[in-house]
Ligand binder design. Structure first.
Ligand code: FES
Ligand SMILES: [Fe+2]
Length: 372
């Protein structure tokens, strides 16, 4: 399907962490790898799009873009959350343009074809003289959508594990926290001049915390920072403390869970708070990172103050990560770097992610998995 330069079986072999090299730098910089990953990874995996509570009533919708494809998620008359390509079957116009809203029917913004909320084609103006045309053949193209803990995910091409399997074990591990009890507060987006994997790699280790995030370092119990590897995700876990009145989300000492779910979802969980990050490839050297904030309380004055503090602190940490990731991207693109090594103590998460990447590359390149 794609010609990739220099991807030898040697490079795709997963060696033990202690002996492994990082993936080659061209995977982070070359357009051919970017194109390959779009098909091999992003079409076939569950992609986070939002939360059920954003579409509480029939006709409520949200838009998303998944692997470059415009998607609309809409609640049907029967109360079921459905997803379709946001693409009219006439000549490709959009059914909705605003990021979210409410509609009685889905009407194309180009020539006005209308579709019922179940995707079936309803109204076709001035089509009486068109022959051999049956509206039944021109419903919206459905997309698989699934809810986990109230969070919504879509998958454009079948072939990966079920969403429940992907997330297996997380609800039990974070109990008594229940993510579906939290309320959506706000979305913040960042455009970053680095490959999506540069950002993910950076997320997956605490090794950089002392140098890149000195303030955060004071709050996390760095010595107790651990990484757990699971089949489809990894967990970085740290008790956090409240030295000099500093705090994270106003909470006293507690536990922070940082889940990374392959390929690009992060669930950052503190008591009463969830931040979902989704890392979206844009170009080989550019990605967009979505931060969705959820809290147990989004109305009381006390909660609003803590939320403001939390968002401000998250943004400060994010700016530190952006700056280092953009430097790293330039380093990866330079003639002075190709492959590096892992700290066996601190970079298990990065190694785990890169091993999953290699597995995916190998499956697709050896055609043990085909993408339709
Ligand atoms: S493209 Fe939708 S009505 Fe023409
Ligand atoms: Fe960081």
């Amino acid at each position: 399907m794609h010609a990739l330069p220099d991807v030898t079986s040697d490079i795709l072999r997963v060696s033990p962490l202690e002996q492994s090299e990082t993936i080659p730098s061209c995977w982070y910089t070359d357009q051919r790898f970017h194109d390959f990953e779009k098909d091999a990874i992003f079409l076939c995996t569950w992609q986070y799009v939002g939360v059920e509570s954003q579409v509480p009533n029939a006709g409520d919708y949200i838009l998303a873009t998944v692997a470059g494809n415009p998607i609309i998620v809409v609640r049907s008359k029967e109360g079921v959350v459905q997803a379709f390509y946001n693409v009219c079957r006439h000549r490709g116009g959009p059914l909705a343009i605003e990021e979210s809203g409410h509609v009685r029917v889905l009407q194309c913004k180009y020539h006005g074809w209308t579709y019922c909320l179940d995707g079936s084609l309803r109204g076709v103006p001035r089509f009486d003289r068109t022959e051999l045309f049956d509206k039944k053949d021109y419903g919206l193209v459905p997309v698989e959508v699934c809810s986990w803990q109230g969070l919504l995910f879509v998958r454009l091409v079948d072939g990966s594990v079920a969403l429940e399997t992907l997330m297996g074990g997380i609800p039990e591990r974070i109990a008594p926290q229940q993510l579906n009890k939290l309320k959506f507060c706000r979305r913040v987006e960042y455009e970053i001049l680095c490959n999506w994997k540069t950002y993910v790699d950076n997320y997956l280790e605490g090794y950089h915390i002392p140098l890149v995030h000195p303030e955060l370092c004071k709050m996390l119990d760095y010595r107790a920072y651990t990484t757990e590897l699971h089949r489809h995700y990894s967990l970085q876990y740290s008790p956090f403390r409240d030295p000099e009145g500093n705090n994270i989300y106003g909470a006293a000492d507690g536990e922070a869970y940082y889940y990374f779910v392959f390929p690009n979802i992060m669930l950052n969980i503190l008591p009463g708070r969830l931040q979902v990050n989704s890392v979206i490839p844009v170009q080989p050297n550019r990605c967009r990172v979505v931060f969705d904030y959820y809290y147990s309380d989004i109305t009381s004055p006390e909660a609003l103050r803590m939320i403001a503090d939390d968002m401000k602190f998250s943004d400060e940490v994010q700016q530190e990560d952006i700056e280092i990731c953009e430097h790293v991207q330039r380093g990866l693109a330079s003639r002075g770097y190709d492959r590096g090594r892992f700290s066996a103590e601190c970079e298990q998460g990065v190694y785990h992610f890169q091993s999953m990447l290699k597995d995916t590359y190998r499956e697709v390149l050896t055609q043990s998995r085909t993408i339709v």
